[in-house]
Design a protein around this ligand. Structure first.
Ligand SMILES: [Zn+2]
Length: 67
């Protein structure tokens, strides 16, 4: 089971806990600090959206488990 993050890249995952960095889909900008959240098994979780400081793109963030 792996966790897929939209609007971010996975740094590491352990069970339902994922550490990720916010990433802009538009220009590829990646924040230089990690965020950690819990994604319930087999479900989707929304995370805090952000506005890219590089290009101003409003990026939605969500993560989901998939087998
Ligand atoms: Zn951007």
């Amino acid at each position: 089971m792996t966790i897929e993050v939209t609007g971010g890249i996975v740094v590491r995952e352990r069970g339902t806990v994922v550490t990720y960095r916010q990433r802009c889909d538009e220009c590829g900008y990646v924040y230089d600090y990690d965020k950690t959240t819990i994604v319930p098994a087999y479900s989707t979780r929304s995370a805090r959206n952000f506005t890219c400081p590089e290009c101003g793109h409003y990026q939605e963030v969500s993560m989901r488990h998939h087998k």
